[in-house]
Design a protein around this ligand. Structure first.
Ligand SMILES: [Zn+2]
Length: 131
């Protein structure tokens, strides 16, 4: 019965990808960014909203130089919550960004494919030929 109930709620069992970011969902404010995100770190983020207490990704991105500074640019827009995760290098951040972008593309505001890092020869690992 529960299965039928979920179907009636529009839950799609075929497409439930995981966002490759930390579990923590944080309200997007200047103070929270300073509190949770260290300066001058490479990393990924997603911006979104909460629906039924669940994070709904609406925009994914990365910073190759300073994730904390990058996130501050999005304060005051339509996004109220964020998630993030540090990355070991810009190329790793790029690959994770591609994963998040392709998994959630249908619901994201991103209008173009992630760009590869400067001076790095990298292709999207998902074979989309966007780069
Ligand atoms: Zn791609």
């Amino acid at each position: 019965m529960e299965f039928i109930y979920l179907l009636s709620k529009g839950v799609n069992f075929e497409f439930m990808p995981a966002l490759n970011l930390s579990k923590k969902t944080i309200r997007l404010t200047y103070d929270n960014i300073e509190k949770y995100v260290k300066p001058k770190k490479v990393g990924n983020f997603a911006l979104g909203t909460l629906k039924d207490s669940k994070f709904v990704p609406k925009y994914v991105g990365r910073s190759d130089k300073d994730l904390q500074l990058c996130l501050k640019k999005y304060i005051g827009l339509q996004y109220t919550y964020f998630k993030f995760k540090y990355a070991g290098s810009p190329i790793k951040a790029f690959i994770r960004e591609c994963s998040n972008y392709h998994n959630f593309q249908r619901q994201l505001d991103n209008d173009k494919h992630p760009e590869k890092p400067e001076r790095v020869d990298a292709d999207c690992p998902y074979g989309c030929n966007s780069q």
